[in-house]
Write a protein that binds this ligand. Sequence first.
Ligand SMILES: Cc1ncc(COP(=O)(O)O)c(C=O)c1O
Length: 427
Amino acid sequence: MLSVKDALKNQILSLDIDMCEPDAENAFFVANLDEVYNQHFRWKSLLPRIEPFYAVKCNPDPLLLRLLASLGTGFDCASKVEIQTILDIGVDPSKIIYANPCKQASFVRYAAEHNVKMMTFDNSDELYKIKRYFPDAQLVLRILTDDTMSLCKLGLKFGASLDSTEALLQTARKLDLNVIGVSFHVGSGCYDENAFIDAVHRARFVFDQASELGFNLHLLDVGGGFSHSRNCDGITFEKIAAILGPEIDSLFPPNVRVIAEPGRYYAAPAFTIATHIIARRTVLSNGDVQTLDMDTVLNDETQTRDDHSGYMYYINDGVYGAFNCILFDHQVVHPKVLFKKGIFTFDEILDEPVYNCSIWGPTCDSIDCISTVSSLPVLLPGDWLYFEEMGAYTICAASQFNGFKKSNIIYTATNPEVFAILYDAYF
Ligand SMILES: Cc1ncc(COP(=O)(O)O)c(C=O)c1O
């Protein structure tokens, strides 16, 4: 199979913009499944004690899920459909945690019918619900941790504070429920590895509290929030692993099983999106928008720039589609030039002047803005941009608002082992 570069190139060079069918020049993803495989072995080598249960919500792509299932990960499911999806690919129910502390009653019954025993809770009403519909469930108490160092603060919605955990455990005891462990989530997009350390100390506190109440907890779930980044200036998986692994070992004896619910870590780096510039408006230095005639546009690079303050580029996926991550996931995306004036330029630094520009999605809504300020060389309608690391919380929450289709996915992998796993999964 092809490299990401070649997959992008093939798709773009095969297009005849003047003759192609409608939709042929739509934006598209290239999913490089080697990245998922590499992330898995990075995890295993740096955090060998912690079993990853991939957070399906992050990107429920069927090939990604099958690959992870073949690699032996577990799965964190948030709903009946996610549980069903994972069971349908042949994963054993014991490898699923239903990690939504506030569950619909019929979904709890569904979990019971399918023997998906592990589930989280953070309030007493949930305990009564579980007592009624699944009294044999293996319960994991989700505690509140400090999420101030994270982009998505999940503590606003979930997590029992440490002053409520004793009462919750007592209720569980009274109801004769089986509490097996503690979970937390430091928040998605966590940018300070110390948040994990504080959280495991809180979990230890609840383990001790539970033991005084007669429980024998043996599961620690350290949630998600793991960075996929390799950029040493910021938070990296290496930095988290270097302090989290030893801290867990010092606080929890080997008989405690430790799992995690990484989502972004696995999905983000595997997906690159290519978007077509469908239109452009030139913004003059006085703030007026000039709509140039086609001859001027085509000769644009010969014009002086003095009268232009920048460009507005319109591309064919936006915040109602894959770029919803800008609104919902607090992401800032970075456009790169993929194809300019008939030349394919993946991963190249262009030796050209750059100009201020803004980048807009294709819908008629002005909230559909991908970047208010970027710097790019002068581009024309028909050129292409690409954005890397677009696999997390993108496709899964995309809509078809204004009739724009969701961007298709082209899969690729160069690692023969990945290819073999996928081949086995399908044939
Ligand atoms: C319960 C739970 N677990 C795991 C995750 C995955 O988090 P991340 O993608 O930051 O690893 C989420 C994300 O919202 C979550 O809500």
